[in-house]
Design a protein around this ligand. Structure first.
Ligand SMILES: [Zn+2]
Length: 311
């Protein structure tokens, strides 16, 4: 088994957060019988379980679950895209160096992705190159934030570098801020896959996977709702040719150019994804150690993992 969707905070990044808690408004809230709950800048509070920050515990739990290799990502709560780019870059460099140190000592068990200052695309491209020079395999980036989408032309420097370096680009949602969802954990339950859906559809219809074929785009949570609506996207492209102007192929074929994790908690949904995208495009993932993680990961052949991780 492998895990391509899992998160960790290395000690260097945790120290930075404690040293800079006032600058980024990091709040630690006590709750009886639980670990502290962390929020940054008043957003997306989560339980900072020991496994997020304890390298030995993290590795022991992965081993116990039978996971042979994990592609570990920074946590989305610490992307810090809403801050001044110099703050985002400062934490990104610290976080990435911490990840590189950790996985460098466990090459057989661990690989890692970087976090980038996407609020400054030129700087994000440089940091991606620096981090990959230290052994990271690519980067985790938010699908959308503050009205921006990864398919915006402003991100061309990032995409060009990811393409040239054959980086894994893990598109991971932030919590949805649609005011209609303010109940029953809906910002997470449907808002999170919706955020991925918007980005994945924009990348697909704008032909990003064809335009930057070296960048290996991995979509979180099974690609959100996009694979399920691929028929509608295809019909729309037939009906309105302008929609497909950036595509040389049908969305039915373009959808096979992305990778998808298996975090769906549903065998039938996973079967649909494998039939839609191809068995070599679906990788095991968990979202461990967040509350809503699929643990252990769904059973799946390793074709998707091999094709994603191939250098
Ligand atoms: Zn995640």
């Amino acid at each position: 088994m492998n895990d391509t969707h899992t998160h960790f905070i290395p000690p260097q990044a945790m120290d930075w957060l404690l040293d800079n808690s006032m600058r980024v408004n990091a709040q630690f809230r006590k709750q009886p019988g639980k670990a502290d709950f962390l929020s940054v800048n008043g957003k997306w509070e989560f339980e900072l379980k020991e496994a997020f920050v304890n390298p030995e515990l993290y590795l022991a739990e992965q081993r116990e679950a039978g996971i042979l290799h994990s592609l570990v990502s920074p946590i989305p709560q610490l992307f810090l895209y809403d801050f001044a780019p110099e703050i985002t870059l400062e934490l990104s460099r610290c976080y990435n160096d911490g990840m590189a140190d950790w996985v460098g000592n466990h090459r057989d068990r661990l690989s890692a992705l970087a976090t980038l200052p996407m609020n400054d695309p030129e700087s994000a491209a440089l940091e991606l190159e620096r981090a990959m020079g230290h052994g990271l395999r690519g980067a985790i980036v938010a699908s959308s934030w503050s009205g921006k989408l990864l398919s915006d032309e402003a991100f061309a420097p990032f995409w060009e570098t990811a393409d040239r370096l054959r980086a894994i680009v893990f598109v991971h949602p932030l919590l949805c801020e649609d005011p209609r969802l303010r109940q029953k954990m809906l910002p997470n339950l449907i808002g999170v896959p919706w955020e991925t859906t918007v980005c994945a559809t924009a990348l697909l219809l704008n032909g990003y996977a064809e335009r930057y074929p070296g960048a290996k785009i991995l979509l979180a949570h099974g690609g959100g709702f996009m694979p399920y609506q691929i028929g509608r996207l295809s019909k729309g492209c037939e009906q309105w040719p302008a929609v497909a102007a950036s595509l040389s192929e049908s969305p039915i074929d373009a959808v096979k150019r992305f990778w998808y994790d298996s975090v769906l908690w549903s065998e039938s949904s996973l079967h649909h994804l494998v039939r839609t995208a191809g068995i070599d495009r679906v990788t095991q993932g968990t979202d461990y150690p967040f509350d809503l993680c699929e643990w252990p990961p769904a059973k799946l052949v390793r074709n998707g993992f091999d094709s994603l991780m191939k250098v």
